[in-house]
Design a protein around this ligand. Structure first.
Ligand code: BGC
Length: 842
C-alpha cells in the first residue's frame, strides 16, 4: 500500500521538531561530522532501535527509522555489518531464554504469563563480538526499553551498563578518532563506568523519526538543544530516603524532596543535573533584569550565541523560598524560556515570568497555601547546578495564599527533611559552573548575611531587592466549583437506573469481547481503540477513546461490517503475544478472525515519548506534536486521546517514566497543557490527562498503596495536574490504578469532588484507568470497584464488564451486600458524561 500524504507530512514535521528533544551531555568538538562517510555502528539500539516503550503507549506506525536505516539513508556506509549480524544472533537466543523464564516464573507463582511479562525488561546478554570495523568514526547506540506492568531494576542491562557494554563502549572511545555514545533510552542509565567518553548524546526515543534524527544531528543538519528534565546520576547517588516498589505499601518518605530538590538540598553532586544539556555551539548569558508587577515577576535575560554553530538555549529561573514554619528545598524551578534558533554571534533577550503565589507551600496544620515572610532568592541559569542569584523578592509578612481543606488521607510516617535550612551558616550553595564534573558545593560564611538592603542575601552579592507588599495578594481569584449543566442534570434525572449505569460504564462486551478490555482494545467503532462510552442512551452520543501518549494507538488494518470495525490480527502491543498461553491464544485467534470486506488501513505517527517532549523545554514544539495527533484523531474518528501522561518521575526505576515528562511538576504540567492545547485546537477532540495521581511505580500496579503526605501530594504530585487543567482545560482526566493512603484514587471523593470539581473547577470527564477484574489483585488491597468509584464522583468506570454493570446496578437498587450507590450519586456522574458527550459531539 502506498504511503499516504499525511504520513509523509507528519514524518517530515517530526524530523524538524524532534532534534530539540535530544540532549547532548558531552562534546569534544569532533561532531558534527563534515560529511557522511564510513561509520562503524555498534550497540543494542543500532539495528534494534527503540521508538518508544512497550505497552498501551506503543503506537502502530507503518514503519520507523532505526539508527542503521537512518544513517544509511543519509549516505553513511556502515562498516560494522558483521557486528550487527552477530548481535542479532546473540539477541535472538537471549530472547528465547527470557520468554521461557517469564513463563516459568508465571507458572511457579500461579499467575498469567502476560501479567508477569508485561513491561518486563529483557536484560542485555553478555557476548564477545569484535569491535574492529573500519574507519575513524564510530557510533555506539545503547538502547533500553521498559513499559507498563513492570518496573526497571538497578541492575546491569537495565539502569546499569553490562560488562560487555562497558568494555565495548570504552574500546570504541579509545580506538576511534571520533566517537559518539548515543543513548536510545526512555530514562536514566548509570553512565559512571563510561565517564571518560567525550561525546554523549541522549537521542531518547523519538518515535517514527528516531534514526533519521540521529543522522541529521551527526551531520549538523539539525542541532540538539534539549535539556534534562530529570537528574541523571550514578545509581548510588539517588536518595534512599523513600521506599520504592513494595507490592502493598510504598512510603514516599522523601516528601517534597524529589529529584533535584533532594540533590540540591543535601549538596550531592549528580553526574548530569536537572536542566543540563550542551549543544554544538556555546552560549553566554548576560545580566538578568528582574521586575515585579502585582505578584508577577519577570526575569529578562540576554542570551548570546558565542560559538560557531546555530543553536537554541534554555534560560531557567529557580527560586529559593525562605525556610520558616515549612522546610524548603534549596531551590525550585519557577519558570523557563527557550530562545529561537540563534546564528553565531546573534543575541536574544528572553523573558521568564512566574507568579509569586506559585511558590506557596502547603501548610497541612492549617490547610493553607502560604508564602512565608522573608527573602525569595531568584536564580538564573542553564541547569539546576549552574544558577546565579540575581535578585531578591522580599516579603514582609506571611501571606495566606489560599485556604483549603485537607484531602488525601494520612501516611503512617512523617516526611524526611534536610537537617539545615537554606540561608543559615553552612548551608549549601550551588556554585556557578557549566562543567558537570566539577565540585559544586561551597559553604556560605554566616557573616555574609545582612547588607544595605536589609536582605539576608543583600550582603552576599549586592543583589537588587524587590519589596512585595502582602496586600498584592488580596486580589487573587480562584476557579468556581464546577457543576454539570442544568440540561445534563435534567437528562440524567429522566433516565432509568439501567440507563444511568450504562452511561457510567464503558461500552463493554460480554464473553470474548470482554476479554478485549484486557488488552486495551474495547471499542467496536474504531479498530484497536482502547474503549468507548455507550451508544445505547438516546440523545447521548458515544465517545471513542484511543491510547497514547507517543501518538495514537490504533490497529493498522481493519475491516468494517454491520457490527463495527474489526482489527486484522490482534491489536495487542508488540511482544505481548509471546506471553500468551495456548487458551488465550485460541481466544485471540477467534476474536481476530477478520470478516470479509475491504481491508482499510489506519497508520498513525509515533511521536517522541513524553520524556523526550519534556526534554525539549519547548512548549510550542509540544503543542505542535499535540496538533499532529489531533489531526490523526480527526482522520480516524477518535474523540478522546488517553494522553498525555505526566506522573512525576519520582524514581528512575518506574517502568513508565518514559511516558511521563519529568521529576519536576512545573515542567510536567506545562508540557501536558501544551500537548492538550495542540490536540484541542481540533474541534470536538480532547485529551485525557493521566494517571491522577501518585502512580509512580508499576509493581503490583492495580493495588499498590502510595503513602504520601498531604504536603508532598499537593506540591509535587497534584501540582502538574493543577497547572495543566488551569492552562488548558483538558476534556478528560484518568484516575490511576493505585491507592493513595489506603483508598483507591479512583474511589477518593476528596480527590474528585473537593479538589478537581471544587478547588480547581474542573469541568471535564473523569474516568478510571482500565480496571479489568480478570487481571485480579494480589496482596493486601482489593481492586477498585464500580459502585464506590461512582459514589466518589468518578464519572466513568472503564472499560467495564457485565459483572461490573450488575454490581453497580445492584448497589443502586440497594441489593448489593457491600456497597450502596444513591440515585443522586449516579445522576451526578451521568450528568458529567452527558455534558462531555454533548460538548464534544453536538
Ligand atoms: C494503562 C492506561 C491506558 C489504558 C487503556 C491501562 O492499562 O495504564 O495508561 O490508557 O490501559 O489502554
Amino acid at each position: 500500500m502506498a504511503v499516504n500524504t499525511y504520513e509523509k507530512e507528519h514524518f517530515a514535521k517530526l524530523r524538524k521538531l524532534a532534534p530539540e528533544c535530544t540532549v547532548l551531555l558531552k562534546k569534544n568538538g569532533a561532531f558534527p561530522l563534515p560529511a557522511a562517510g564510513p561509520v562503524a555502528l555498534y550497540g543494542s539500539g543500532a539495528r534494534r532501535t527503540v521508538k518508544g516503550g512497550t505497552g498501551s503507549g506503543d503506537v502502530n506506525s507503518r514503519f520507523f527509522a532505526t539508527a542503521e536505516w537512518g544513517l544509511e539513508k543519509a549516505g553513511f556506509t556502515i562498516t560494522s555489518k558483521n557486528w550487527l549480524d552477530g548481535y542479532d544472533a546473540v539477541r535472538e537466543e537471549a530472547h528465547k531464554q527470557f520468554i521461557a523464564d517469564i513463563k516459568r516464573k508465571a507458572k511457579e507463582s500461579h499467575q498469567m504469563a502476560i501479567l508477569v511479562g508485561m513491561g518486563a525488561v529483557m536484560p542485555e546478554p553478555a557476548y564477545e563480538l569484535p569491535i574492529d570495523a573500519a574507519g575513524d568514526t564510530a557510533v555506539y547506540v545503547l538502547a533500553r526499553n521498559s513499559g507498563e506492568g513492570n518496573d526497571r531494576r538497578p541492575e546491569a542491562g537495565d539502569i546499569r551498563l553490562t560488562e560487555t557494554e562497558i568494555r565495548d563502549i570504552l574500546t570504541c572511545s579509545r580506538e576511534y578518532e571520533r566517537f559518539m555514545l548515543v543513548l536510545n533510552v526512555g530514562g536514566v542509565v548509570d553512565l559512571s563506568p563510561v565517564a571518560e567518553v567525550e561525546n554523549i548524546l541522549i537521542l531518547s526515543q523519538l518515535g517514527a523519526v528516531t534514526g533519521r534524527v540521529l543522522a541529521d544531528i551527526l551531520l549538523g543538519k539539525s542541532v540538539p538543544s534539549g535539556k534534562l528534565a530529570a537528574t541523571w546520576s550514578a545509581w548510588e547517588d539517588y536518595a534512599a530516603v523513600g521506599e520504592f516498589g513494595d507490592p502493598d505499601d510504598t512510603r514516599y518518605r522523601e516528601g517534597i524532596y524529589v529529584g533535584y530538590r533532594y540533590f540540591d538540598s543535601v549538596g550531592k553532586k549528580p553526574m548530569f543535573p536537572f536542566g543540563y544539556g550542551v549543544t554544538y555551539t556555546d552560549f553566554e548569558l548576560g545580566d538578568a533584569y528582574v521586575s515585579i508587577e502585582g505578584t508577577e515577576v519577570t526575569v529578562s535575560v540576554p542570551v548570546k550565541n558565542a560559538g560557531g554553530y546555530q543553536g537554541k538555549e534554555v534560560v531557567q529561573v529557580y527560586v529559593s523560598v525562605p525556610w520558616g514554619k515549612l522546610d524548603q528545598p534549596y531551590q525550585a524551578l519557577a519558570g523557563f524560556a527557550k530562545t529561537g534558533l540563534l546564528e553565531p554571534g546573534e543575541c536574544e533577550t528572553v523573558n521568564v515570568r512566574f507568579a509569586m503565589e506559585s511558590l506557596a507551600g502547603y501548610d497541612t496544620e492549617t490547610a493553607r497555601y502560604i508564602l512565608e515572610a522573608g527573602d525569595y532568592v531568584v536564580r538564573v541559569g542553564t541547569s539546576s547546578r549552574d544558577t546565579v542569584a540575581c535578585a531578591v523578592v522580599g516579603l514582609d509578612e506571611t501571606v495566606t495564599v489560599r485556604q483549603l481543606s485537607n484531602v488525601g488521607g494520612k501516611p503512617d510516617f512523617e516526611d524526611w527533611k534536610p537537617e539545615r535550612p537554606v540561608g543559615e551558616p553552612a548551608c549549601v550553595v550551588v556554585s556557578e559552573t557549566t562543567e558537570p564534573n566539577m565540585p559544586v558545593t561551597e559553604e556560605i560564611d554566616g557573616s555574609a548575611v545582612g547588607g544595605d538592603s536589609g536582605s539576608e542575601y543583600g550582603g552576599m552579592s549586592g543583589l537588587p531587592v524587590l519589596c512585595l507588599d502582602a496586600a498584592a495578594f488580596s486580589s487573587l481569584t480562584w476557579p468556581k466549583p464546577y457543576e454539570a449543566s442544568e440540561e445534563a442534570r435534567r437528562k440524567a434525572a429522566s433516565l432509568t437506573d439501567e440507563q444511568l449505569i450504562s452511561l457510567c460504564m464503558g461500552s463493554f462486551g460480554e464473553g470474548l469481547q470482554g476479554i478485549a478490555g484486557v488488552i486495551g482494545s474495547a471499542s467496536a467503532s474504531v479498530a484497536g481503540a482502547a474503549g468507548e462510552t455507550t451508544d445505547k442512551v438516546d440523545g447521548v452520543p458515544n465517545l471513542i477513546m484511543a491510547d497514547g501518549p507517543a501518538g495514537l494507538r490504533l490497529a493498522k488494518h481493519y475491516v468494517r461490517d454491520k457490527k463495527g470495525a474489526h482489527a486484522i490480527g490482534n491489536a495487542m502491543p508488540a511482544g505481548m503475544e509471546e506471553f500468551m498461553g495456548s487458551a488465550l491464544k485460541a481466544v485471540m485467534k477467534l476474536m481476530s478472525r477478520p470478516p470479509r470486506g475491504e481491508v482499510q488501513d489506519q497508520y498513525c505517527t509515533a511521536i517522541p515519548i513524553g520524556t523526550a517532549l519534556a526534554q525539549s523545554w519547548n512548549l510550542e514544539l509540544c503543542e505542535a506534536c499535540g496538533d499532529l495527533v489531533g489531526e490523526e484523531m480527526e482522520r480516524f474518528g477518535i474523540d478522546l486521546w488517553l494522553a498525555p501522561a505526566f506522573n512525576i518521575q519520582r524514581s528512575p526505576l518506574c517502568g513508565r517514566n518514559f511516558e511521563y515528562c519529568s521529576e519536576d511538576p512545573l515542567i510536567s504540567g506545562l508540557v501536558g497543557a501544551a500537548v492538550t492545547k495542540g490536540v484541542q485546537k481540533h474541534p470536538g477532540k480532547g485529551t485525557t490527562v493521566k494517571h491522577f495521581c501518585c502512580n509512580n511505580q508499576e509493581t503490583n500496579r492495580y493495588v499498590s498503596n502510595s503513602q504520601v503526605s498531604e504536603r508532598a501530594l499537593r506540591e509535587i504530585y497534584l501540582r502538574g495536574f493543577e497547572i495543566c487543567i488551569s492552562e488548558s482545560s483538558p476534556a478528560a482526566l484518568m484516575t490511576s490504578y493505585n491507592l493513595l493512603n489506603g483508598t483507591h484514587t479512583s474511589e477518593r471523593g476528596d480527590l474528585m469532588k473537593t479538589v478537581l470539581r471544587g478547588e480547581w473547577g474542573y469541568g471535564g470527564l473523569i474516568m478510571t484507568d482500565w480496571v479489568v477484574s480478570l487481571m485480579g489483585a494480589k496482596g493486601r488491597y482489593r481492586m477498585a470497584k464500580p459502585a464506590p468509584t461512582l459514589t466518589a464522583g468518578n464519572d466513568l468506570f472503564m472499560p467495564g464488564s457485565g459483572g461490573d454493570y450488575r454490581q453497580a446496578l445492584a448497589a443502586l437498587k440497594g441489593k448489593d451486600k457491600e456497597f450502596r450507590l444513591t440515585r443522586e450519586e449516579a445522576e451526578y456522574c451521568a450528568a458529567h458524561v452527558i455534558d462531555a458527550a454533548w460538548r464534544m459531539k453536538k
